[in-house]
Design a protein around this ligand. Structure first.
Ligand SMILES: NC(=O)c1ccc[n+]([C@@H]2O[C@H](COP(=O)([O-])OP(=O)(O)OC[C@H]3O[C@@H](n4cnc5c(N)ncnc54)[C@H](OP(=O)(O)O)[C@@H]3O)[C@@H](O)[C@H]2O)c1
Length: 225
């Protein structure tokens, strides 16, 4: 349910410029509560220079979140503009532990209000060692008592990552057979924009406890305006 935010109602009515103008008038004229503004979050990201990080970081920045990213020496140039680099190594906690104290969301680790972790679809018939490592990390997260969102994509389609498209007919068939339906859905292909949207949604909607987000939910992730 949307909360009435009187400050935003006033501000939006006074600030009559840009594309929001007709909506400000509508809200004022019909006395419709103006939706509470999205809370800006302090986000610390590991892997911000990678394939997924390169899609996620610019989206978080453009939505007004403060983003800092752990960066290895030599990779700073790969980081998206608007994001503050924090030099360090993910395998050596001491190199970045001090830098994350003010963050309220960590997209990958440590004792914070909300931890967002990209895991992998499981169970699945191949890449068992990869799944085992992710399952162990998920268990550690549960045991830690942190509020966490765990996303479980299987393969993320995007630039340079398209070959699994060839398997779409097989997915189509497997989703129709009762014996293979669940597995096909769980390991279904998602796109890079869908995955980035699901991560932003996770950052903006922390929950108590541990929440698992699988491929079908990643595909339908929608962001509040
Ligand atoms: N892509 C997929 O289809 C897919 C599917 C399921 C799950 N996932 C998971 O999603 C996550 C991101 O995937 P991705 O495809 O974006 O991976 P990626 O392109 O390989 O990016 C890896 C990122 O991790 C950073 N990194 C690696 N070792 C580091 C270290 N010791 N210290 C600091 N940074 C380090 C890399 O930094 P540098 O720039 O310095 O190399 C890079 O930014 C991974 O955990 C992956 O297993 C991906």
């Amino acid at each position: 349910m949307q909360k009435t935010n009187w400050r935003n109602l006033t501000e939006s009515t006074l600030c009559m410029s840009g594309s929001a103008f007709p909506f400000c008038i509508l809200h004022f004229a019909f006395f419709i509560p103006y939706p509470a503004r999205m809370k800006s979050r302090h986000v610390f990201v590991t892997g911000g220079t990678g394939y997924l990080g390169g899609a996620l970081v610019p989206r978080l920045v453009e939505r007004g979140h403060t983003v800092r990213a752990l960066v290895r020496p030599g990779s700073t140039g790969k980081l998206s503009p608007g994001c503050v680099p924090v030099p360090g190594n993910a395998l050596e906690g001491a190199t970045f532990a001090d830098a994350i104290a003010p963050a309220d969301t960590f997209v990958q680790l440590v004792g914070v209000a909300h931890f967002v972790y990209v895991s992998v679809a499981q169970p699945a018939p191949v890449m068992k060692a990869y799944q085992a490592v992710r399952a162990e990390a998920e268990s550690l997260l549960r045991a830690s008592g942190l509020n966490a969102t765990i996303l479980r994509p299987w393969y993320i389609l995007g630039p340079g990552h398209r070959w699994p498209v060839l398997m779409k007919p097989l997915y189509w068939l497997c989703e129709r057979l009762p014996a293979t339906r669940d597995g096909a859905r769980r390991t279904g292909l998602v796109t890079l924009p869908q995955m980035a949207a699901a991560l932003v949604q996770a950052v903006e909607n922390p929950r108590s406890g541990v929440r698992i987000v699988e491929a079908p939910e990643i595909r339908t992730a929608t962001l509040a305006p």
